[in-house]
Design a protein around this ligand. Structure first.
Ligand code: DAH
Length: 344
């Protein structure tokens, strides 16, 4: 019993000294488990004198109760501590900045194509397309471009197959061959736009790229006039550049249109006073256009005495440059995200 009293005296300190539930469990086993002094004394009760037994028994019970409540009280504290640690470990700081996911965007060329196409679709045009590896017939012959024309030389045009104009295969140098493809397939009236990739033997520099994009337009019906062409292009210029840009139509030559013109838009960089971007002219050449040459109608099997039409075509890069002030055409192809992200 002395031993038990000693254990009871030091028990409050011993219990308080435990730092974890595991330590407390271990101490509990030592104090109240089967091999504990308390358990041993309980087992010895039967051997005691009957007179002594009730008092000793009562003391053993109160001792067990004391130890039990000490341990229970400590357990509560340690459990709360363990829970707090768990919560601290698991805590999410909702004030920290989140992990951002940038949304991708279309390349500026694609955006420009979409916007240009939208303008013409709103006027009732349809979108047509053709192959990038063309026949010389579609790319040149049908478009009234004779075999001796210098643009057909390898110095200007890249060929998959070169030499015999009947079956040679250029990479299309413009989107105009799709004019021929559409007219061969379809009777008038025709209203199409053709955005697409083109190729020329050009050295990659600030103003040239061997791969570039064009958009072609073609309108063929009875009674179409140059006035219709001009009105359509004015509408396009106003829709795309805004009311403050000015345009001019300058006489020009293209084999497949007669008369032909070049659409100029006032330079975005100097507003027409002349600068490096526009080569001091104050104007940017945006696209070529004109009334479809009767020879083209004859080549595709249209009755050139019954229908008239206009066509236009120009570089998408150039159009996008004029609108967005992109000075170097290489910016479209370098895939530098710092450039691309400016046009989200
Ligand atoms: N295909 C011409 C070029 O690449 C541009 C062009 C001019 C297209 C006049 C046309 C047109 O449809 O009528 O330079």
């Amino acid at each position: 019993m002395d031993e038990l009293e000693a254990i009871l005296r030091s028990a409050p300190q011993d219990v308080d000294a435990t730092q974890s539930l595991a330590e407390l469990d271990e101490l509990e086993t030592r104090l109240t488990g089967r091999k504990s002094t308390l358990a041993e004394l309980r087992r010895g009760l039967g051997k005691l004198d009957e007179k002594e037994r009730p008092a000793v028994g009562a003391r053993l019970n109160t001792a067990a109760g004391e130890l039990g409540s000490l341990i229970a009280a400590r357990r509560l504290i340690l459990e709360r501590q363990a829970e707090n640690e768990l919560l601290a470990d698991d805590m999410v700081d909702i004030t920290l900045p989140g992990v951002g996911h940038r949304t991708g965007t279309h390349h500026l060329i694609t955006q420009t194509i979409d916007e240009l196409v939208d303008i013409f679709v709103a006027l009732g045009y349809q979108v047509a397309s053709g192959p990038e590896i063309e026949t010389s017939w579609h790319n040149f012959d049908a478009l009234n471009t004779p075999w001796w024309h210098p643009s057909r030389l390898e110095s200007d045009t890249m060929y998959v197959d070169y030499g015999d104009s009947d079956d040679e295969l250029p990479l299309r140098t413009h989107t105009s061959p799709v004019q021929a493809r559409v007219m061969v397939e379809q009777e008038p009236p025709v209203y199409v736009v053709v955005p697409g990739r083109c190729y020329r033997t050009d050295t990659f520099d600030a103003t040239h790229s061997p791969v570039f994009h064009q958009m072609e337009g073609l309108a063929v019906a009875e009674g179409i006039t140059f006035g219709d062409l001009k009105g359509t292009l004015l509408h396009f210029a106003r829709e795309y550049f805004g009311k403050d840009q000015t345009i001019e139509l300058i006489p020009h030559f293209f084999p497949f249109t007669e008369p032909s013109a070049e659409l100029h838009v006032s330079c975005f960089s100097c507003n027409g006073s002349g600068c490096r971007v526009c080569g001091n002219s104050g104007w940017l050449e945006l696209l070529g256009c004109g009334m479809v040459d009767p020879n083209v109608f004859d080549a595709v099997g249209y009755d050139s005495s019954a229908v008239t039409g206009f066509a236009f075509g120009g570089g998408i890069e150039r159009i996008a440059q004029a609108r967005h002030g992109v000075v170097d055409i290489r910016d479209f192809f370098d895939n530098d995200l710092r450039v691309n992200r400016q046009f989200v």
